[in-house]
Design a protein around this ligand. Structure first.
Ligand code: GLN
Length: 259
């Protein structure tokens, strides 16, 4: 009965209760009763500090962004209700492994290290890392120039992996993707390494700094599911393929990235 009430709530309200952390009991309940499948709920984990992919718009409790639109469309296509869980980026893979979420959709790069822990769907977006510095900084022009410098990154990301390999760099790791930007503003770091579309969005929405150097190697974003959950990966892949075919993917892409 309770559960039914929950399921009829509008998504925004549901998402708000999830953000405040009230989701665990409900999720466990539906799982424990073995009804998760028949009720077709897709429990999606994300770290919503990564505009324009996932973030909380000002004055709204609903999570928005390219990934959020895409997974809602995929869920709809699959006939699942999408339930969004707000987690730390470094908590997403553990949440998949423990079964607290079904899929992570969080601008997550497909890489070999993660593939040891989770399975990925087909790629849905091509990205890559870039360096952001203060706009008056003329010393840093490439990753080589970051040697011995203070570099801000988000914990558990490919940007963090890249930064820790820079000789003598002091790498400052933050819990969310926005903090390194603030630290750059406060001169707490000399540079930030983050995904280029996120840095670009930060700059066009009033953030400070300039991008330098080239986009590092291409990184493909995928949705991560529990290792061996071929059924879910296939359903998501089929839905994604359909959305690409019927123009819905392009519509969502255009909404967030222009043409
Ligand atoms: N694409 C990067 C990664 O997978 C960053 C993701 C993020 O911060 N949400 O590590």
């Amino acid at each position: 009965m309770l559960k039914r009430t929950f399921l009829t709530l509008p998504l925004a309200v549901a998402a708000a209760s999830l953000i405040t952390g009230c989701n665990d009991k409900k999720t466990t309940d539906s799982k424990a009763s073995g009804k998760a499948d028949s009720e077709k709920i897709l429990r999606v984990g994300t770290n919503p500090t990564f505009a324009p992919f996932e973030y909380q718009a000002k004055g709204s409790s609903e999570l928005t962004g390219f990934d959020m639109d895409l997974i809602r469309a995929i869920g709809k296509q699959m006939g699942y209700k999408v339930e969004i869980h707000n987690l730390g980026f470094d908590g997403l893979i553990p949440a998949i492994i423990s079964g607290n979420i079904d899929v992570a959709v969080s601008g997550m790069t497909i890489n070999e290290e993660r593939k040891k822990a989770v399975d990925f769907t087909d790629p849905y977006y091509t990205s890559g890392l870039i360096i952001l510095v203060d706009k008056n900084n003329d010393d840093i022009k490439s990753i080589k120039d970051l040697e011995g410098k203070k570099v801000g990154v988000q914990i558990g990301t490919t940007g963090a992996n890249k930064a820790v390999k820079i000789k003598n760099a002091e790498v400052k790791q933050y819990n969310n993707s926005n903090e390194p930007f603030l630290e750059l503003d406060n001169k707490g770091v000399d540079a930030v390494i983050n995904d280029q579309p996120v840095v670009a969005y930060y700059l066009v929405t009033g953030g400070h700094g300039k991008m330098v150097g080239e986009i590092m190697e291409a990184e493909l974003y995928g949705m991560a599911v529990k290792k061996g959950n071929k059924d879910l990966a296939q359903k998501i892949n089929a839905a994604l393929a359909e959305l690409k075919k019927n123009g819905e993917y392009d519509k969502i892409y255009k909404k967030w990235f222009g043409s």
